[in-house]
Design a protein around this ligand. Structure first.
Ligand SMILES: C[S@@+](CC[C@H](N)C(=O)[O-])C[C@H]1O[C@@H](n2cnc3c(N)ncnc32)[C@H](O)[C@@H]1O
Length: 257
């Protein structure tokens, strides 16, 4: 299998993939114990070629869990990739279905919702290249009662702050899409890497009772980022959550105005 170099430092991509791996691993174990079938949906899958930085790619991480002899049989997976040529490459890398299309289009949303097992749960991974590609929609978030999400935010290789203010402000709307549809017993964390020129950040939603476990996941994922990271949970620390969002999406001048 060929390996390809991805934009961004190795620590960023490695952290992203460690985080996804940890979350899929825990949720597949829990769904096994609870007897709930679980669907892992990769909304922005890419080509599945392992990156130089992490030695893997999100569809391959999902495939690894599907192949697990104990937990795998409880899992199903689905990938979406909007570029047909990229989707074709991905089909060579994984055994689960790959939809060619935009994950936000009603037809694709309908197919994704149809792939979530009745009385099951879903983990949705949303890793867009830019704000214009953010693929989480209300229909998806409400498709299954126990839906959890992992989104990458603003991972613009040239730096989020270089975007126009109106474009940057659109990230608040995306965060609100997730917070507005949060189940009562879930919380959402905003995590940002410290002193990162490209300002990588993550939005993670899941059961409140797993906050400590997610916090351990963040520690594992970002230990390769020596400058540190900051995290705030919305229901525990609304001010901290808003402060991180403002830090990410506003310029220093806008933030002090
Ligand atoms: C950052 S890359 C994916 C990397 C991959 N998730 C990983 O972690 O290994 C984003 C990919 O998502 C695709 N994409 C972006 N927006 C999309 C959308 N709304 N629907 C489907 N695919 C999308 C892009 O074409 C690109 O291949």
């Amino acid at each position: 299998m060929s390996k390809r170099k991805e934009v961004g430092s190795s620590a960023r991509t490695l952290g992203k993939h460690i985080l996804l791996d940890k979350i899929v691993g825990r949720e597949s174990g829990v769904s096994y114990v609870k007897g709930w079938p679980m669907a892992v949906i990769d909304l922005t899958a890419g080509d599945g070629i392992p990156t130089m930085e992490s030695g893997t790619a999100s569809p391959l991480i999902i495939q690894k869990h599907l192949d697990h002899p104990k937990f795998g049989p409880h899992l199903s997976a689905l990938a979406v990739e909007r570029h047909p040529a990229v989707a074709d490459v991905l089909r060579e890398q994984v055994t689960f279905p790959v939809i060619t299309g935009d994950a936000r289009s009603p037809e694709v949303v309908q197919r994704i919702v149809g792939a979530i097992p009745p009385k099951g749960c879903a983990l949705i991974y949303n890793d867009p290249n830019a704000i214009s590609e953010f693929a989480l929609t209300p229909d998806l978030l409400t498709a299954a009662p126990h839906t959890t999400t992992l989104s990458t935010l603003g991972c613009n290789p040239s730096g989020l702050k270089r975007l126009e203010r109106d474009v940057r402000l659109g990230w608040y709307a995306h965060i609100e899409t997730v917070t507005r549809h949060l189940p009562r017993y879930h919380d959402v964390a905003l995590v940002r890497l410290e002193k990162d020129d490209a300002q990588w950040a993550y939005l993670v939603s899941g059961p409140q009772k797993w906050r400590d476990r997610y916090d351990c996941d963040f520690a594992s994922a970002f230990r390769h980022w020596p400058k540190g990271y900051e995290v705030a949970w919305l229901r525990l620390d609304r001010k901290g959550f808003d402060r991180i969002a403002d830090y990410l999406f506003l310029t220093a001048k806008e933030n002090t105005a």
